[in-house]
Design a protein around this ligand. Structure first.
Ligand code: SAH
Ligand code: F3S
Length: 481
């Protein structure tokens, strides 16, 4: 393997691992959650061994892959539009083959081939190791489909090829699938049962990233708190494990400690936490290790007990407040963010007010808010009518977005006058003379470049802010640099 330094549009150098002997070109596009972006790196790694180097130009690609998202109808429509674009490109590049990966592939299966004529190959999230065979099928002129879900696959043995990397931050997946069955959510159907990856392979990947110059990793899972390794297999089968396996099992708190100690200078983040599964142990581990970032993404979806129950979120509003109080007590400077859904079936104005009052209690640092989108096959779609009119969903959404913006500003203002450690990631989008990075709380910090460079840990004095960004001046390298 030879390293080729490439230049992206911002002028940051991208280090792409390209095998000079590879002759075919792969173009890969990813939509949706961070897990999809991470999976695309696994796919690129599998296909590198089959003679494919990645390219940023679709027009010259032999194989075009799109890693898809099904979480809301709009996400699926975005992918359908992209397929139209692929169609246009195919007219100038007739030899190009098109494959769909990810959640839409899993949800639609071979129906995809009928609905979208451009598609040659459909591959679900657990079937990427079959890509060499599937590519051979399409090379020989046949369509290819593999959407089999697995109880074991974690891709723990595949070293991802880092795509579009800034060389500083990277994702490391630790679990796959989800067993929670929130009634609105398509993920348990498209990504299957929850499995955890061997901690040894996680540590090896983290060590490797450090050796390549990466400074921050995000451990990824649909529900990281339910990470459990006892030698492989589904979490639900843990009861049947031997005494020895139980005694040496690693839970998420254990994994976090292992990673934090393996690379004491590497910044560690994780996503996503689930209120019903998060343990106090995790909070103590976060408080104990300075290199674990003080930030928790803790989706709640609704502030109404009745709606939480309909959503099969297995906690109450009071229990959620209890967890927030614990976070504030154990990690006083911890940032917390939310995901919220408005207009879930049967949601009343009173339920909506409960969501607003829950937000008032927490005052989240930021949030990701969505109007409910009915997903075929989910419990909510089967049992409940999507009865909240679009204009009501949208109005409620706007109200929570506005409130979040107030809270975000309140939170960013708390940083004014403080000096905070920032890891530089890239040039600021708005100004080429400024760096952009994040503090431990995950808030974006922008400051004049000086002599610093991407990948440096810098102490920045915060002098100004918007609701989304902190603005400051570097005062020197931080002690961790
Ligand atoms: N546990 C996962 C959740 C993935 S879905 C994780 O890793 O974050 C991300 C968010 O999308 C959810 O938290 C929820 O707020 C939103 N979402 C999921 N299904 C939805 C639906 N049917 N309609 C609207 N929003 C949805
Ligand atoms: Fe979806 Fe709930 Fe799992 S939101 S990914 S079913 S925790």
């Amino acid at each position: 393997m030879e390293k080729i330094i490439d230049e992206n549009k911002q002028g940051n150098s991208l280090v792409l691992e390209q095998n000079t002997e590879n002759k075919r070109k792969l173009y890969i596009e990813s939509y949706g959650c961070q897990m999809n972006f991470s999976d695309s790196e696994i796919v690129a790694s599998i296909l590198a061994k089959e003679g494919f180097n990645t390219t940023q130009q679709m027009e010259e690609a032999d194989l075009v892959l799109v890693n898809t998202c099904s979480i809301r109808d709009k996400a699926e429509q975005t992918v359908r539009k992209r397929l139209e674009k692929f169609n246009a490109v195919k007219k100038i590049n007739p030899g190009m083959k098109v494959g769909v990966l990810g959640c839409m592939a899993e949800r639609l299966k071979s129906k995809f081939l009928e609905e979208e004529k451009i598609v040659d190959m459909v591959v679900g999230p657990d079937a990427y190791k079959d890509l060499p065979n599937l590519v051979q099928e399409i090379d020989e002129g046949r369509n290819a489909v593999n959407v089999i879900l697995s109880k074991e696959e974690t891709y723990g043995d595949i070293a991802p090829v880092r795509l579009n990397s800034n060389g500083v931050t990277a994702f490391v997946s630790i679990t796959r699938g989800c067993d929670n069955m929130c009634t609105f959510c398509v993920v348990p159907f498209t990504r299957g049962r929850e499995r955890s990856r061997d901690p040894q392979s996680i540590i090896e990947e983290v060590n490797d990233l450090w050796n390549k110059g990466f400074k921050e990793i995000t451990l990824l899972g649909q529900n990281v708190d339910s990470y459990l390794w006892y030698g492989g297999g589904l979490k639900k089968d843990f009861e049947k494990a031997s005494e020895m396996q139980k005694a040496t099992a690693t839970d998420f708190a254990g994994l976090l400690s292992l990673v934090a100690e393996a690379q004491p200078k590497m910044r560690i983040r994780f996503s996503t936490s689930n209120p019903q599964d998060m343990t106090e142990d995790v909070l103590h581990v976060m408080a104990k290790y300075e290199n674990i970032c003080k930030y928790i993404h803790l989706p709640v979806q609704s502030g109404s007990d009745r709606i939480l129950k309909e959503m099969n979120r297995l906690h109450t509003r009071e229990e959620y407040f209890g967890l927030i109080d614990k976070i504030r007590e154990i990690i006083p400077d911890c940032a917390v963010s939310q995901d919220m859904i408005t207009g879930f079936p049967t949601e009343t104005e009173e339920d909506h007010q409960d969501t607003l009052s829950l937000m008032e209690y927490v005052k989240y640092d930021f949030g990701f808010m969505f109007a409910y989108s009915e997903r075929p096959g989910t419990m909510a779609a089967r049992k409940m009518e999507d009865d909240i009119p679009d204009d009501v969903k949208k109005r409620r959404l706007q109200e929570i977005v506005n409130l979040q913006q107030e809270h975000s500003l309140y939170r960013t203002q708390q940083h004014l006058g403080k000096t905070e450690e920032v890891l530089i990631e890239k040039a600021s989008k708005k100004s080429d003379e400024h760096w952009s990075g994040r503090n431990t709380q995950n808030t974006v910090v922008v400051f004049p470049k000086g002599d610093y460079k991407v990948g440096d840990f810098v102490d920045v004095k915060i002098t100004d802010c918007t609701s989304a960004t902190l603005i400051g001046e570097a005062v020197g390298y931080s002690k961790n640099n």
